[in-house]
Ligand binder design. Structure first.
Ligand SMILES: Nc1ncnc2c1ncn2[C@@H]1O[C@H](COP(=O)(O)OP(=O)(O)OP(=O)(O)O)[C@@H](O)[C@H]1O
Length: 325
């Protein structure tokens, strides 16, 4: 038997939607939001789940929490079928939605936590221990008496993350946990999640449009598009996958500082994409070695300095989506 904490086999979700065509006529149409997805997540993994708008990410997360029932396939979280045993599953998972709060708007933060303690029947000692850790690591001490509606977005997010962890879930689903946060708050949320995963081994599935979340937190990333998994592997491997997938090959950039302003450099295997004074940017295929290119430029042009820039993960993913049409 596999020791996966989350497993999906050929999971589908089809929505029936009615659309008005003309004045009275309505047309029935089916939307395949998730179209046969299979993957496993082992205990302790921290995995990014990304894709363009409408790709099927939220639908997948909703099936994993039991909010939606799959139309087909098999899905298990901690050995539980979420749709059948949603309440039992609730004790094993924590969910954070960046766009809305699970806290009580008018209550001070600590009252929300007290309610959660009763809802989840968390034993006192465990509750006290978890509260202490969250308050300390998420810097909540000053906020406990403040009603949620008076918290800033970053403070509320920290409050929400704590709320999702008080019952010691095995799995934490995070849907856009850094959306709308400033740089400092983002860094603090990311730092906390990394620590949580390292120290407690909490399994994390992270959905985000901020690829820095993924770069800083996840070794593994899954890409979903049109309801299908189009990539599952390391972040680094995405570069090659983007190219192999029919998308334009991803490129690296050679940044060249010349002794003086010159016309665009002409060299085989690269093309100038930008010129600013004596600095020129040359794009070349990500998989090609930079050495012959550097040698060719150095032989022909008066060089002061040069450096190689790796492709941005944003670029790679944008190419991947574009290549799939
Ligand atoms: N309750 C629903 N009824 C009908 N169609 C739905 C429903 N929920 C989602 N869909 C459709 O299913 C598809 C996938 O939506 P989903 O919300 O899972 O995408 P997403 O990847 O989370 O997108 P986003 O990044 O915009 O949040 C979309 O075409 C969406 O319109």
């Amino acid at each position: 038997m596999s020791d996966a904490l989350i497993s999906l086999h050929e999971v589908e979700k089809v929505f029936d939607v009615r659309r008005r065509v003309g004045l009275v006529r309505r047309e029935k149409r089916q939307v395949r939001a998730v179209d046969g997805i299979s993957f496993e997540v082992a205990r302790g993994e921290m995995v990014g789940y990304i894709g363009p708008n409408g790709a099927g990410k939220s639908t997948t997360i909703k099936m994993l929490t039991g909010i939606l029932t799959p139309s087909g396939g098999r899905l298990r979280v901690a050995g539980i079928d979420p749709a059948r045993e949603r309440m039992r599953l609730a004790h094993r998972i924590g969910v954070v939605f960046g766009q809305r709060t699970t806290l009580w708007w008018d209550l001070p933060l600590k009252d929300s936590y007290a309610l959660m303690r009763r809802m989840y029947r968390i034993p006192s000692a465990r509750f006290a221990e978890n509260m202490e850790r969250c308050v300390d690591r998420l810097d909540l001490a000053e906020l406990l008496d403040v009603p949620v509606r008076q918290l800033s977005l970053g403070q509320r997010m920290r409050g929400d993350i704590a709320a999702a962890l008080l019952h010691d879930p095995d799995v934490l689903y995070l849907d856009e946990p850094t959306i709308g946060l400033d740089v400092v708050s983002k860094a603090s949320v990311r730092g906390f999640l990394r620590q949580l995963n390292e120290e407690l081994g909490t399994t994390v599935l992270l959905t985000t449009h901020d690829l820095q979340d993924i770069e800083q937190l996840c070794e593994r990333v899954m890409v979903i598009d049109h309801g299908r998994l189009v990539y599952d592997g390391s972040l680094g491997g995405l570069h090659t996958a983007g190219a192999a997938d029919g998308a334009a090959a991803s490129e690296r950039t050679l940044v060249v500082d010349l002794e003086r302003e010159l016309p665009p450099i002409e060299v085989a295997g690269a093309r100038v994409v930008k010129v600013e004074g004596a600095r020129q940017w040359l794009a070349f295929p990500a998989r090609a070695s930079a050495a012959p290119l550097v040698a060719a430029v150095a032989a022909e042009y008066p060089l002061l300095d040069l450096s190689v820039r790796e492709p941005d993960i944003e670029d790679v993913i944008a190419r991947m989506y574009a290549g799939r049409g």
